[in-house]
Design a protein around this ligand. Structure first.
Ligand code: AMP
Length: 229
């Protein structure tokens, strides 16, 4: 099924996943990569890589991220533009965790307009806030990228990854209950208003994201198949 939807387009698809921390943006973005041959572009992942590499941007972002607040538009836009200059984005992209402010949305609109296109769809993953605290504070990942959860998804053999057999699990520094509440606050204050922005542009789609991961994946496949047809 790879590339079918993306290659039918004259312009590469630009999909945005909107939703609070824990809504499943990263999980579903990786599934859309598999299902449609698109490229996931997560500003959170790019920032964590910058922090790990000790770049100037990473040094400035570290404390802000650990406090659950938003990194400045300037830093985020710089790392996003660098990533968007790489050739694989021509396959079409799924923006995961970007844009998160009105300034970032305006900058993206401009960047796309310069390339003669717009956002294909902004998909809002709709969830209950309270459930997100439990979802995020118990999660951890294997070094291979497979995600787990203390309550909802334990590996079959404790401490061993089901997918790669590795034992190198890690938890994000900002995935604790206190920081998740801060991140939810930032989402509602700065990011949720973007839902109205994309509704105004006529590209908003909404999906109930409280159900099973496979059901949400199927629902998203229908939406993405339709908007990229
Ligand atoms: P995420 O992996 O999307 O949950 O992002 C983790 C953290 O990285 C956020 O809590 C922010 O501190 C920072 N971050 C990621 N994306 C953005 C963005 N688009 N704008 C500002 N800060 C961001």
């Amino acid at each position: 099924m790879h590339d079918t939807a993306a290659s039918a387009q004259t312009k590469p698809a630009v999909l945005i996943l909107l939703g609070p921390p824990g809504a499943g943006k990263g999980t579903q973005a990786r599934m859309l990569e598999e299902d449609f041959g698109l490229v996931q572009l997560s500003t959170g992942d790019l920032l964590r890589a910058a922090v790990a590499a000790g770049t100037e941007a990473g040094k400035q972002a570290k404390a802000v991220m650990e406090a659950g607040q938003l990194v400045s538009d300037e830093i985020v836009l710089a790392i996003l533009k660098d990533r968007m200059a790489e050739p694989d984005v021509a396959r079409g992209i799924i923006l995961d965790g970007f844009p998160r402010t009105a300034g970032q949305a305006a900058a993206l609109d401009l960047l796309l307009a310069e390339a003669g296109q717009g956002v294909t769809a902004a998909i809002s993953l709709e969830v209950d806030d309270e459930a997100m605290v439990g979802r995020v504070s118990g999660r951890y990942t294997c070094a291979c990228g497979e995600g787990y959860h203390d309550t909802f998804k334990k590996p079959a053999v404790a401490g061993v990854c089901d997918k790669c057999g590795g034992t190198g699990f890690k938890r994000r520094a900002d995935d604790n209950a206190e920081t998740v509440r801060e991140r939810l606050g930032a989402y509602h204050a700065q990011t949720a208003p973007l839902i109205a922005h994309y509704d105004g542009l006529g590209v908003l789609q909404r999906i109930d994201a409280m159900g099973a991961i496979a059901d949400i994946r199927a629902g998203l496949a229908v939406i993405v198949g339709r908007v990229t047809a």
